[in-house]
Structures are given as C-alpha cells and as structure tokens.
Design a protein around this ligand. Sequence first.
Ligand SMILES: Nc1nc2c([nH]c(=O)n2[C@@H]2O[C@H](COP(=O)(O)OP(=O)(O)OP(=O)(O)O)[C@@H](O)[C@H]2O)c(=O)[nH]1
Length: 154
Amino acid sequence: MTVTTPAERKHTEVAVGVLIRESDGALLITSRPEGKPRAGWWEFPGGKLEAGETVEQALRRELQEELGITITNCMVWKVTEHAYSHALVRLHWCKVTQWQGDFEMREGQQMAWQQLPLQVRPVLEGSLPVLQWLSEERGLPFDASVYAVPELQK
Ligand SMILES: Nc1nc2c([nH]c(=O)n2[C@@H]2O[C@H](COP(=O)(O)OP(=O)(O)OP(=O)(O)O)[C@@H](O)[C@H]2O)c(=O)[nH]1
C-alpha cells in the first residue's frame, strides 16, 4: 500500500489577480461560479495555470475568459500555499493596475469593488494572507476573525 503524506501532495499552480482601481484603491473581488468547489464564496479573480504557461500568461487568459478584460500591467507580487481538502494550491499573486475592456461576468459570477476590510462573506481562506499584506501596506488593522466562516459552511 502506498501512503501519501501531505508533503507529497502535488501543488496546483494558480495565478490570481489583485486588481486595484486607480481612482480610489478599491480591490476587485468576485464570487466563485456555480459548479466549482466553494461556489458563491468570494475570491480574487484568477485560475489554474495550463501546461507551459507563465503566471502572467495564465492570468491574462483567465481574466479574458472570466471577466472579458485584457490586463496590460501585471506585477507578480507574492506566492502563498494553502491546503484545502480538495486541493493543495500554490497561489501566485499579481498586482494589476491597468487593463482594457469592459467588465463582463462571463461565468455568471458576481463582482464587487471593495475597500478593506472587505464587506463580502465568506472569503476563501487561502486569500486571507493577501488581505493582511494589503492592509499592512495601507496602514490598516487586519483582523482575520472578521472573515471567520460559520462551522456549517466549512
Ligand atoms: N481564483 C482564486 N483561487 C483561489 C483564491 N484563493 C484560493 O485559495 N484559491 C484556490 O485556488 C484554486 C483555483 O482554482 P479555480 O477552480 O478557481 O481555477 P480554474 O478557474 O482554473 O478552475 P477550473 O479549470 O477547474 O474550472 C481553488 O482551489 C481555490 O480554492 C483566490 O483568491 N482566487
């Protein structure tokens, strides 16, 4: 029998975009579409890398597919990892400050421009470190407990 320890689980590489609106610094948050794990939860837009893609290429493709926009400025910022029951993910976080096109929710998701702390709930746990860093950058307090998920939704 082969036993797979957590350390041996293969990471799923994910490109995630932190879109920052120039006029007021608001952040773009979207809800996860029906049919995906944690449908209806809020996240930053993005998705899995396909074979041979760089993080920037994957993010550009995902945002075109999901939101109908073309990003024109993208800075790979940080990398985090999170273990969900359904996947072990490595999240490549990119700051995006320029894009072209009009937002179109092509997967039936919702979008919201939000200031910190976010008002939407629940938020994916894997995204909380980024909310902490963004808060620190802006000199704002960060309290992870405001994003705590009721037991039933876990
Ligand atoms: N897009 C996105 N994914 C996140 C965030 N935080 C986080 O933990 N993740 C995790 O990263 C993974 C992204 O997978 P996904 O299902 O959204 O990717 P995808 O659009 O390529 O999916 P598909 O090809 O299976 O339809 C999920 O396991 C998700 O839980 C986030 O802020 N944004």
